[in-house]
Design a protein around this ligand. Structure first.
Ligand SMILES: [Cu+2]
Length: 112
């Protein structure tokens, strides 16, 4: 049988391991550029609460928005050189488009 002292010690070890795991699993920011009237990638998978940083690296304005009911947002007019951070809280698939350039498309999948 395990003595109470050892039991406490193993509980402490388990808690420390959990804390370390959470620390290693911290939320990230995902940079995605707009260049040559395209997104730098066509799809990305992120965790709930993580952010995508949209940067306009073009010489034209963009207007990035979510076409989906999951994680709706709109950045509105974004001038060349500007960056905008968008937090994705809800799990699911979000289709991101540009209101000025209909060919621009990015799929953001949020899952745990
Ligand atoms: Cu655009």
């Amino acid at each position: 049988m395990m003595k109470p002292h050892y039991f406490k010690l193993s509980l402490l070890t388990a808690l420390s391991a959990t804390a370390l795991y959470c620390w290693a699993d911290e939320l990230k920011s995902h940079p995605i550029d707009q260049k040559d009237r395209e997104f730098s990638i066509v799809e990305v998978t992120i965790k709930p609460g993580e952010k995508v940083v949209f940067k306009n690296k073009d010489s034209v304005t963009h207007n990035v928005f979510s076409k989906s009911t999951v994680n709706p947002f709109t950045i509105k007019v974004q001038q060349p050189g500007e960056s905008s951070e968008v937090e994705f809280m809800d799990e699911g698939v979000t289709e991101v488009r540009c209101a000025i350039h209909p060919k621009m498309k990015l799929i953001v999948t949020v899952k745990k």
